[in-house]
Design a protein around this ligand. Structure first.
Ligand code: NJP
Length: 238
């Protein structure tokens, strides 16, 4: 049976690689990004022979846009098996330099975005009595960043709490919910450049995507609550 997956933040970075790896496993996809770049992901997937792909330019913090993505997916493919909440942003600066606008935007995307997509897929998954919801949170949800990380870290703590409670709430409906918590990954995150030689020892997008695929396609009787993955060179106060 084909698996149907929605992946947010698939224009680039980790989300794009998750889309590729799920497609390799035969999944039908709906991919979301807030920029035009999402259409390039669809083109790149097509070049690899993956044609069961719907691309949506949509903002995860916008309720109507996300509802439309989920409705469109259900209409096209008849079901939704997997939701990967991957879209996220982060900027690191001392807290007194963070504007209220930046605070709200980061929460809108990193926290409200997870809530909205989850809320939209739940009625479908409940009817199916099956589904897997995975959120790419962060390894910062078990430690704190000493400088400039208060805003970003707090959103990922919030998401960890959301997913933990959600998992208990939806288990009776055959729905699994868990988090993937990466340390430093070589992407465009926080105004970075993917492939920067300085990040040669950081995790790669495929490291995280493999973990997501493992979680998403795990046998139905098994739940993986969370996975923490970080580069060997990264050490934390625990
Ligand atoms: O970052 P990046 P990553 N609506 O910047 C999309 C977490 N993480 O792959 O909007 C919809 O290369 C954006 O697309 P577009 C991190 O918190 C990372 O590293 O079209 N989509 C792009 O596809 C995040 O949750 C590290 O520009 C929106 C994608 O999100 C996840 O990993 C460490 C959007 C971001 O790609 C993936 O981030 C860690 C919106 N409103 C956690 N806004 C790390 N890289 O080191 C953005 O602990 N996107």
């Amino acid at each position: 049976d084909k698996q149907v997956a929605i992946v947010t933040g698939a224009s680039r970075g980790i989300g794009k690689e998750i889309a590729f790896q799920l497609a390799e496993k035969g999944a039908y996809l709906s991919i979301i990004g807030s920029s035009e770049e999402i259409h390039q992901t669809k083109e790149d997937l097509k070049k690899q022979g993956h044609t069961n792909v719907l691309a949506y330019m949509a903002d995860v913090s916008d309720e109507n846009e996300i509802d439309q993505v989920v409705e469109g997916t259900k209409k096209a493919y008849g079901k939704v098996d997997i939701l990967v909440n991957n879209a996220g942003i982060g900027d690191f600066k001392p807290i007194e330099e963070v504007t209220v606008e930046e605070w709200r935007r980061t929460y809108d995307i990193n926290v409200q975005g997870v809530f909205l997509a989850t809320k939209a897929v739940l009625p479908i998954m409940k009817k199916q009595q099956f589904g897997t919801i995975i959120t790419v949170a962060s390894d910062v949800s078990r430690y704190t960043i000493p400088e400039g990380g208060a805003l970003y870290t707090s959103t990922k703590y919030a998401v960890q709490g959301f997913m933990g409670s959600l998992a208990q709430e939806v288990r009776k409906d055959g729905i699994r919910a868990g988090t993937i918590n990466p340390g430093m990954v070589d992407t465009y995150f926080a105004n970075g450049t993917q492939g920067d030689p300085e990040k040669s020892e950081w995790l790669k997008v495929h490291d995280i995507a493999e973990a997501v695929v493992y979680m998403a396609l795990a046998p139905k009787h098994m739940v993986i609550d969370e996975m923490h993955l970080h580069p060997l060179i990264q050490d934390y106060p625990r």
